[in-house]
Design a protein around this ligand. Sequence first.
Ligand SMILES: Cc1cc2nc3c(=O)[nH]c(=O)nc-3n(C[C@H](O)[C@H](O)[C@H](O)COP(=O)(O)O)c2cc1C
Length: 159
Amino acid sequence: MEILVIEDPQKKEELLPIAYGQKQIVEASAVIAVLGDLEANKEADGIYQEAVDSGFMSEEVKETLVNQINGAYARGKEFGRDAAFLNASLAGMQLMLAAKVMGYDTCPIGGFNQEVFIKHFKVPERFAPIMLVTVGKAAKDAYPSSRKPVEQRATYNSF
Ligand SMILES: Cc1cc2nc3c(=O)[nH]c(=O)nc-3n(C[C@H](O)[C@H](O)[C@H](O)COP(=O)(O)O)c2cc1C
């Protein structure tokens, strides 16, 4: 994944209509666009090489893992796209949790025009915009919300 941090007030104004006028775009201190990497396999060798160089992994294990990852991505573009959404979504949630720990508040925004965003912010073809995350200090408390009981969401052992 990759992030594009949009903090320049002018750039946030430009983003506002792309996010259908949602005011938090311009009111937040920053908007972080979380981008999925459609060719994330290209990173595998370098990342595992660091582990090899640090003595955490053998060269053989690295080769096996890199071959497995490249094999999965060779199945077709759909795999890379699914993986990009999965990886970037996990990173986006992690970003929000980390921000909270650091005393900031966030809002994930799926309501924006991805096509226009790509064109306007010159996002390279390799990346797919997954979500925008607004970050800042909350001006007021969040609206209260409810949660479904776990019994309505969880099935144990098998459907
Ligand atoms: C996939 C997804 C897309 C969302 N898109 C928007 C959005 O475009 N604008 C917005 O204000 N909030 C958006 N939200 C945030 C929700 O409105 C809500 O604030 C958030 O999920 C927290 O829910 P809770 O109040 O139940 O904790 C989105 C949330 C999710 C999961």
